[in-house]
Design a binder for this molecule. Structure first.
Ligand SMILES: [Zn+2]
Length: 439
């Protein structure tokens, strides 16, 4: 049973482009106030945006609210929107609907209504000046950069966490690392200060939909691809970049659905450019090979980011990077990681004890690493050092024995009732969040 509510609205009333920032003012129907935060959303760039008009500036706002509007039958009203981008959202909607049928995104249209504000019609012809890539300083970003190095793609660095990247000591170091890399490679560097929690109330949206998304979050499964791409488009338009690379998170053989999968990213285009999901068929370990073939020649200290802001060297994500680098003959200590005698035995222990949950994403990543392990597994010589012992163990590891499924309970009916309650009492969500797990 699907409950469709009477049409509710989110209305972008004003788009103000000034000094490299875009400020959005918006209102929404009272009955959907549990889905959104505040009434203003701001993105700042280290570029003037002097070439950006209203219809391009509107793109990040629309991209952030579109998926929840499709799921909840909310009408989006904007003063203007770039037509090519709006049309591309229809394909994104169809793809989300295919990936997550239980959410019921629908597929009819992009659900965007233009209420002409009589605003700027300034629409300059854009000269294109090459490509750009989203770049956070992690393995996916470095691999995509090296994959297109001969084009000298500009780096687009998203400052999406709720900290000041110019003053927070660790985020500052991460940003300086990327700026330093852009300098040594003599490519453009563009920062995009777009805090991801401004517009959507992710806590409440997750309450409503996590169960329909294999227990992953709305951000992970639905939103982050659109968020990063759309935040970058005004910078691309301003600078004339006509191709925007999105470094892949997974190769296409990971089929569980992801907000930045190729089937979503490759749909997105705007007036003067297109998005391209990059290294779509390249696994994480193959990316380490690509990085290893290029990075040694660079005369610059590089931090290959993992857990943010800087690698902790202890978490599962860092462990995979350390092991991945070893396989390709890179020394993790040269790329921001600490490795000690206990590192490899600890990784083994955390997998064997199931302290690290082997959910589908993690299992996929470890399987890839295991497939590239080159150390003989049948050598049990006591004199092997800890790394060799580890790789011997890994090459024989049966990951199926450790897999943890993120269960989706059969909560449809209860969720529909819960949705109804929320729609009639938007503030209810905040009061019953803690009790939700017992439903
Ligand atoms: Zn870590």
């Amino acid at each position: 049973m699907t409950i469709r509510m009477p049409m509710r609205k989110i209305h972008l009333t004003d788009v103000d482009i000034e000094d490299g920032s875009i400020l959005y003012n918006y209102t929404y129907s009272h009955s959907i106030s549990h889905l959104f935060n505040g009434s203003q959303f701001k993105i700042s760039y280290n570029t003037s945006l002097s070439n950006v008009n209203e219809s391009i500036a509107t793109i990040p706002f629309v991209a952030n609210v579109a998926p929840i509007s499709w799921a909840e039958d909310i009408e989006i009203i904007v003063p203007s929107i770039d037509k090519r981008f709006a049309d591309s959202l229809i394909s994104v909607r169809k793809e989300l609907n295919r990936m997550y049928p239980r959410v019921n995104f629908g597929s009819e249209s992009a659900n965007i209504h233009i209420q002409d504000s009589g605003g700027s019609r300034y629409d300059p012809k854009r000269k294109t000046s090459g490509s750009a890539t989203l770049f956070s300083g992690g393995v996916d970003g470095y691999a995509t950069y090296f994959n297109h190095r001969e084009e000298s793609p500009a780096l687009l660095f998203g400052e999406y966490k709720p900290v000041d990247y110019d003053t927070h000591p660790q985020f500052k170091k991460l940003k300086e690392n990327v700026v330093g890399f852009a300098d040594v490679e003599e490519v453009g560097f563009n920062s995009i200060d777009s805090k991801y929690k401004q517009l959507i109330n992710y806590s409440n949206v997750n309450l409503l939909y996590k169960d329909y998304l294999s227990n992953y979050s709305w951000w992970q499964k639905v939103q982050h691809g659109l968020f990063f791409v759309s935040s970058a488009i005004p910078a691309c338009y301003d600078k004339g970049y006509d191709k925007l690379y999105f470094p892949s998170s997974f190769a296409t053989d990971f089929s569980d659905g992801w907000a930045s999968s190729a089937s979503i990213i490759n749909q997105i285009s705007w007036k003067s450019g297109v998005c391209q999901h990059d290294l779509t068929d390249t696994t994480r370990q193959e990316k380490w090979e690509l990085i290893a073939n290029n990075v040694r020649a660079i005369d610059q200290d590089i931090i290959i980011q993992s857990c943010e802001p800087l690698p902790c060297s202890n978490c599962q994500h860092c462990a995979r990077n350390i092991v991945g680098m070893y396989i390709e003959g890179l020394n993790p200590e040269q790329y921001g990681y600490s490795v000690a005698d206990e590192t490899f035995p600890n990784i083994q222990q955390k997998i064997e004890s199931k302290e690290w949950k082997m959910e589908s994403v993690n299992k996929y990543m470890w399987q890839d690493i295991k497939n590239h392990t080159r150390i003989e597994s049948n050598n049990t010589n006591e004199l092997l050092n800890s790394e060799q012992k580890f790789f011997g163990w890994l090459s024989k590891l049966n990951l199926d024995n450790y897999e943890v499924k993120k269960e989706s309970g059969n909560l449809d009916k209860k969720m529909e009732i819960f949705k109804l309650l929320l729609n009639h009492s938007p503030t209810l969500a905040n009061h019953i969040r803690r009790g939700y797990k017992s439903i």
